[in-house]
Ligand binder design. Structure first.
Ligand code: BES
Ligand code: MN
Ligand code: ZN
Length: 502
């Protein structure tokens, strides 16, 4: 995040540099809600809206410079009222941030609610605007030696004040706070594998935990060996630094005695595929194979920042899937933390092995009431859902609803896929309990079914468990209003919102 976004009360004393208003469609005249403002502007808004050249596509931002009144007015076009969704507002807000920034604006008065009418309440509208702005407020330029980008940055004001009414501001502050945590996740995800190796993530989490008041405990490789975490050790055997299991805990006094919610995120800092090596083109981008883990780190950051009254444990198994003489092989049989034996049929199906140990360890150690794991687990989920949604695997109706509601609310979409028992034989092994990868069919489902063998019941019963396959949504190849090419931080907002509902 390179600019501080600061929500502020609407003030009469210091008028902001600019105002932002919202508009549905291409109306014949300016809606009555903005009549007073238009009078202050000498009718400039009304005239602009009426012009034939005025383009009002959803997400478009038009800048108006009235002769009187505010220095400039940004008109956020929201498209058809019938097609309105939070995502329209997120995109428009993202665009607004980029334009305001080019204009070196220091403060904006957000007067969107009159234009939004009853299409969305003020607080969710504020959240969406905060989300969109925070998403656009991210660049990963620390490795650029051409100082151009950096100079450009130092020329813009470091802080942007956002004036808004109290209810809208409540949502806005949430969006910006969670956006900052999301951008931490994105920064980590974008960090190259020669820097952000497992040891780096361990150090990062230790420091972060100290700074924001989380507990942090590391299961290092030696301890993992004693604990017999065969999956984590096998995958990380050839890594440039040893594998580890990072445990972050948020335990507010009010919920200290409650069983926690367990978050588990795959952090493979680079996935070559191992001996089942990936072809060059598919290996490119595998620095993003830690995005489930970085989403959990970002979510824990947000949870601590917002002081959510929920007991939450974040587990991040981290390893680098590499090739050398110590690497694991196809046909190896490894014994996992919970004693289940796995025949390795494909060293490229590594994520499920490190997640499996983390899940079994998490179930035994923390006795959670519910578990959500996030992982860039399969290329197949990208074939199925493209870049529009993560795959959701969850047999518990209540948890599933919480997640689907949170997905709707945050625009981080989920689509429910099955994990029926009929799929289980796909993972049969002749010589071990399971293979880590079966035949080509139902590949994403196989991943989920594999993990189900490591979700262990406790005295309270079977924990509710959801698996999110985020391989298609964790990074993007195209620049858009919200996201430059690179990591999206998918999952942070979604998880925080779901936890607020749990
Ligand atoms: N990290 C990959 C999944 C992936 C693929 C993420 C493309 C993002 C983009 C994962 O470890 C993997 O290699 N999965 C295999 C599983 C297969 C061997 C069963 C895959 O999807 O091909
Ligand atoms: Mn792989
Ligand atoms: Zn992987």
């Amino acid at each position: 995040m390179y600019r501080t976004l600061r929500p502020a009360a609407t003030t009469k004393t210091a008028p902001p540099d600019a105002l932002a208003v919202a508009l549905f469609g291409k109306p014949a005249r300016l809606p009555a809600e903005y009549a007073t403002l238009d009078r202050r502007c000498g009718g400039a808004l009304g005239r602009a809206v009426k012009r034939a050249e005025f383009v009002a596509d959803a997400g478009r931002v038009t800048t108006i410079y009235p002769d009187t009144g505010p220095g400039r007015v940004y008109l956020l076009s929201l498209g058809d009222r019938e097609k309105f969704a939070g995502q329209v507002l997120r995109n428009a807000a993202a665009k607004l941030l980029r334009i305001a920034w080019e204009g070196k604006v220091r403060s904006i008065g957000l007067e969107l609610t009159p234009g939004l009418g009853d299409a969305i309440d003020a607080q969710p509208a504020g959240r969406a605007v905060g989300d969109g702005m925070a998403a656009a407020n991210f660049e990963f330029i620390k490795f650029k030696s051409d100082q151009n980008d950096k100079r450009q940055l130092s020329a813009i004001p470091a802080t942007l004040q956002l004036h808004a009414s109290a209810t809208f501001r409540k949502g806005l502050s949430w969006g910006i706070a969670v956006g900052r945590s999301t951008n931490i996740a994105r920064d980590l995800a974008a960090s190259p594998p020669n820097v952000a190796n497992p040891a780096y993530l361990v150090r990062y989490c230790r420091t972060m935990a100290r700074q924001i008041g989380l507990r942090c405990r590391i299961v290092n490789a030696a301890q993992a060996k004693k604990l017999k975490m065969g999956g984590l050790l096998a995958v990380g055997a050839a890594g440039s630094t040893p594998p580890a299991l990072i445990c972050l805990e948020h335990r507010p006094r009010a919920a200290a005695s409650k069983p926690p919610v367990l978050l588990v995120g795959k952090a493979v800092t680079f996935d070559t595929g191992g001996y089942s090596i990936k072809p060059g083109a598919s290996m490119m981008g595998m620095k993003y194979d830690k995005s489930g883990g970085t989403a959990v780190i970002g979510a824990m950051h947000a949870i601590a920042t917002l002081k959510l009254p929920v007991h939450v444990v974040g587990l991040i198994p981290t390893a680098e899937n590499m090739v050398d003489r110590t690497a694991y092989r196809p046909n190896d049989i490894v014994r996992m933390y919970n004693g289940v034996t796995v025949e390795i049929t494909n060293t490229d199906a590594e994520g499920r092995l490190i997640l499996a140990d983390a899940l079994a360890y998490g179930c035994k150690t923390y006795k959670p009431k519910s578990i959500i794991d996030l992982a860039t687990l399969t290329g197949a989920v990208v074939v199925t859902l493209g870049h529009e949604a993560a795959g959701l695997f969850c047999k518990n109706a209540a948890l599933r609803k919480k997640l689907l509601d949170a997905a709707e609310d945050t625009g981080q979409q989920l689509w429910h896929l099955p994990m029926w028992d009929e799929y289980k034989p796909l993972l049969d092994s002749p010589h071990a309990d399971l293979v880590n990868s079966g035949p080509r069919l139902a590949s994403s489902i196989q991943g989920a079914v594999f993990l189900s063998h490591f979700v262990q019941q406790n005295k309270q019963g079977q924990p509710a468990w959801a698996h999110l396959d985020i391989a298609g949504v964790s990074d993007t190849d195209n620049d858009s209003a919200m996201f430059n090419k690179g990591p999206t931080g998918y999952g942070v907002r979604l998880i925080v919102r779901a936890l607020e509902g749990l």
